[in-house]
Design a protein around this ligand. Structure first.
Ligand code: DX5
Ligand code: ZN
Length: 219
């Protein structure tokens, strides 16, 4: 388990100045930029798509951690690679063949992640884990920021930590949803090394981003 890193979710940013918000996150010590893509079909909310992702890509060198909550999915992978995604994370329920989708992502030279909803069992990773660079445990049902952390995620994080360590592979173990100053240490203790935080990063406005990120890291 590596040192705790933070991936602020720009879903909680001020969209009228998205580029500037991402620059502020960069300067405030964000490790990755978490980009939530929602289609109003796979999840009951719509965020934005590849063109906005591409428009803000040049403002930082930090990795873009693109979380796709869309269905169908294979059709859009190339567009997000072209938009500058460094990691593309998919949900196994987003299409009929998630093994194929992972191969597609890897074939385009981008890192691949698999996201597990609160109701999705951890064993779903077993036959694809060799091809993965990131595992994402959803600690809320996807679709909205600002929801409460579901404690059942902790057991899943521990189980996946064991799988990753047994394999000895460099896989990020990320947790997403309801991460705040109280739940961050629980997720880290369970084995997470990458924390997505929307509401908690942006709390109090731009002057507080750096301190919020520091506190989420447990510093
Ligand atoms: C939920 C998204 C999350 C969300 C997290 O569907 O995947 O990334 O933005 O927001 P907070 O940190 O506010 O729970
Ligand atoms: Zn997300």
């Amino acid at each position: 388990q590596k040192a705790t890193r933070i991936a602020p979710s720009i879903l909680a940013a001020d969209f009228s100045q998205l580029g500037q918000e991402i620059q502020r996150l960069d300067q405030a010590g964000a490790d990755y930029i978490h980009v939530d893509i929602m289609d109003g079909h796979f999840v009951p909310n719509i965020s934005f798509g590849p063109s906005i992702t591409k428009a803000v890509r040049p403002v930082t060198k930090k990795p873009f951690d693109v979380h796709l909550m869309i269905s169908p999915i294979d059709l859009y992978i190339e567009a997000f690679v072209d938009a500058g995604a460094d990691i593309i994370t998919i949900h196994p329920e987003a299409g009929p063949h998630f093994h194929r989708t992972i191969q597609l992502i890897k074939s385009l030279g981008v890192k691949a992640g698999l996201a597990l909803n609160p109701g999705t069992p951890v064993d779903i990773v077993d036959h694809v884990i060799d091809d993965l660079d990131l595992l994402l445990v959803m600690s809320v049902n996807p679709g909205f920021g600002g929801q409460s952390f579901i404690p059942g995620a902790l057991g899943k994080i521990s189980a996946l930590r064991n799988k990753i360590d047994a394999l000895g592979k460099d896989i990020d173990l990320e947790v997403d949803g309801g991460i705040n100053f109280d739940t961050a240490p629980l997720a880290v203790e369970a084995g997470a090394d990458l924390l997505v935080a929307g509401t908690a990063t942006f709390r109090g406005g731009p002057d507080n981003y750096a301190n919020n990120i520091k506190k989420l890291k447990g510093q």
